[in-house]
Design a protein around this ligand. Structure first.
Ligand SMILES: C[S@@+](CC[C@H](N)C(=O)[O-])C[C@H]1O[C@@H](n2cnc3c(N)ncnc32)[C@H](O)[C@@H]1O
Length: 206
């Protein structure tokens, strides 16, 4: 890591502490949304892999009083005490999760977010494959829970399986953009994809 990259890492880490965000990841969502405006006042938003809760804090502000945010993660989170945020402990590979999410939200949603990441083993091919697997679980949940025209913002690790994943997303969204927010470290192979305008096919919940 170069000194500039280190300084940048420290910069967002410190900024998060000062501004009261639970993670520096909060800025990745803020920056992407500043450019692409996919979360709006009144929206219903799902955040997959939400712990410790930085994105939940950002989404809560963006959707405002009339919106709703539901975070899901394997790990529990410390309560956020935000009026419009709920938390559900669960695994994104659990086939029952989409139904539980829809029951809690009471309706289909405008935006599905996914910052899912596996435990990093250090073996790149393995980490990439596991991460794309998680992104696929998030896409399946998005297909079952998004409203027509909805947005899907998902983290991916760049590598050999990425193209296949993007091609899959292109079948379900009118447009798929590849984003690299400034708060994402340049040396990291992490990218974000934004699927715009969901095109629902009739998919059944089991
Ligand atoms: C990078 S963190 C998310 C950070 C979050 N966006 C924030 O701003 O605080 C990735 C999360 O994915 C979660 N995760 C990994 N595998 C999962 C799975 N199968 N189901 C649900 N959550 C999972 C991890 O527990 C971890 O909390």
């Amino acid at each position: 890591m170069t000194w500039i990259e280190k300084r940048k890492k420290d910069f967002f880490h410190k900024k998060a502490k000062i501004e009261g965000y639970r993670s520096r990841a909060a800025y990745k969502l803020l920056q992407a949304n500043q450019s692409h405006h996919f979360i709006k006042q009144g929206d219903y938003v799902i955040d997959l892999g939400c712990a410790p809760g930085g994105w939940l804090q950002v989404a809560s502000k963006l959707v405002g009083l009339k919106g709703k945010v539901l975070g899901a993660d394997l790990k529990p989170i410390k309560p956020l005490n935000l009026h419009n945020v709920q938390f559900l402990m669960g695994d994104v590979s659990d086939k029952e999760l989409p139904k539980k999410i829809l029951d809690l939200m009471g309706d289909k949603v405008d935006v599905v977010l996914s910052d899912l990441s596996p435990k990093i083993s250090g073996v790149w091919e393995l980490d990439h494959a596991r991460q794309i697997d998680l992104a696929n679980s998030a896409l399946n949940i998005a297909k079952l829970t998004l409203k027509k025209g909805g947005f899907f913002f998902v983290k991916v690790f760049d590598g050999p399986y990425l193209k296949e994943f993007i091609d899959k997303m292109k079948k379900d969204f009118f447009e798929v953009k590849i984003l690299k927010p400034k708060a994402s470290r340049p040396e990291s192979a992490e990218l974000y994809l934004l699927g715009k305008k969901f095109k629902p096919k009739t998919e059944k919940l089991n």
